[in-house]
Design a protein around this ligand. Sequence first.
Ligand code: I3P
Length: 105
Amino acid sequence: KRGTLQRKVHADIDGKRTPWGKRGWKSFYTVLKGMLLFLLKDEYRADWQSPEEVISLHHALAEPANEYTKKQYVFRLQTADWRVFLFQAQTAEQMNSWINRVNLV
Ligand code: I3P
C-alpha cells in the first residue's frame, strides 16, 4: 500500500513527549512493504529505497485518533518502542484502509 500522508510525531521512544520544534506536520509519500513503513520525501515518490525514515510495524497498533480534533481523517500509530505518530489521510476511506493494512502486519 502507498500514498501521501501528513505525519506528526507525537511521542518519541518510551512515550516521551516529542519536544517543541519537532511536532509539526510534514507531508510524506508513504509506502508499506512487509513489516516496514517507508516515509519518502513527497517529491521523490519513486525513490522508495532512500527513505527519510523507516518505521517498524512489528507489534505496532493503528487506530483512529479520536482524541485529536484539529484535523479530519487522522489515525494514531503506536510502535513497539512506544513512539506515537499521527497520520492524516485524505479521506475517511483512505484512513480506514491504512489502519486495517497496518494492523494486518
Ligand atoms: C508544532 C506545530 C504543530 C502543532 C504543535 C506545535 O510546533 O505547530 O502543528 O500541532 O502543537 O508544537 P513545532 O513545529 O515548532 O514543533 P497541531 O498542528 O496539532 O496543533 P502541540 O505541541 O500542541 O502538539
